[in-house]
Design a protein around this ligand. Structure first.
Ligand SMILES: N[C@@H](CCC(=O)N[C@@H](CS)C(=O)NCC(=O)O)C(=O)O
Length: 205
């Protein structure tokens, strides 16, 4: 059995989306990070970095943290959503772009806008500017390809979608104007957001 330890954040929802897309059985173990459950000693045995998501695969005797590693693992285990050949590396490249770029930059923007009581201008400006730059990169890619990594929907789309979809609400004043100027990202959000597994995954846990 697969066990997913996760919560309703962008990194957490990536794996719900993937498991719903795969249609495989799994047990969901919600870890409420608002109540500091990520510091529970039992959870730390699985995720020593005290962050969700984490996945345990009983059958394989494997425990994993880091959402990008989990997406690659599930794609390889079930042979779906990660193409073969050179396209595989393109998909991994965009997954890494999300993991090392879009996610951290948007996450910091969210922190400065929503959590920092002083909304420190230098922080807001720095991460708003970097988010806009990253959106330009994504807009250009989506103006040339139907999905982030090319012709096919992949784990790269699943990693990027929940960040933009959730932050469109969480940091509305900054993200929505950027989206309105980028029609290819908007069209891609509509297309990916209409997939039944994405609709289901975005409601979990
Ligand atoms: N690079 C990690 C980031 C995971 C992450 O930042 N998780 C957040 C929620 S989105 C978390 O668990 N935060 C709890 C904490 O920092 O204590 C991944 O992609 O899995």
């Amino acid at each position: 059995m697969l066990h997913l330890y996760s919560w309703g954040t962008p990194n957490g929802r990536k794996i719900f989306i993937m498991l719903e897309e795969l249609g495989v059985p799994y047990e969901s173990h919600p870890v409420n990070i608002g109540k500091d459950e990520q510091f529970d000693p039992e959870f730390l045995k699985i995720s020593p970095n005290n962050k969700i998501p984490a996945l345990v695969d009983d059958e394989a005797g494997l425990s994993l943290f880091e959402s990008g590693a989990i997406l690659i693992y599930l794609a390889e285990k079930f042979g779906k959503f990660l193409p073969e050949g050179k396209d595989r590396h393109t998909a991994i490249q965009w997954l890494m772009w999300q993991m090392g770029g879009l996610g951290p930059m948007m996450g910091q923007l969210g922190w400065f806008v929503v959590s920092d009581k002083e909304a420190t201008p230098v922080g807001v400006e720095r991460y708003a500017k970097e988010t806009a730059r990253l959106f330009n990169v994504l807009e250009k890619q989506l103006s040339q390809h139907p999905y982030v990594a090319g012709d096919d929907y992949s784990i790269a789309d699943m990693a990027i979608y929940p960040w933009i979809a959730q932050y469109r609400v969480r940091v509305k004043d900054y993200i929505e104007p950027l989206l309105q100027e980028r029609p290819h990202i908007l069209a891609w959000l509509d297309k990916v957001g209409a997939r039944p597994a994405v609709i289901a995954g975005m409601k979990l846990p």
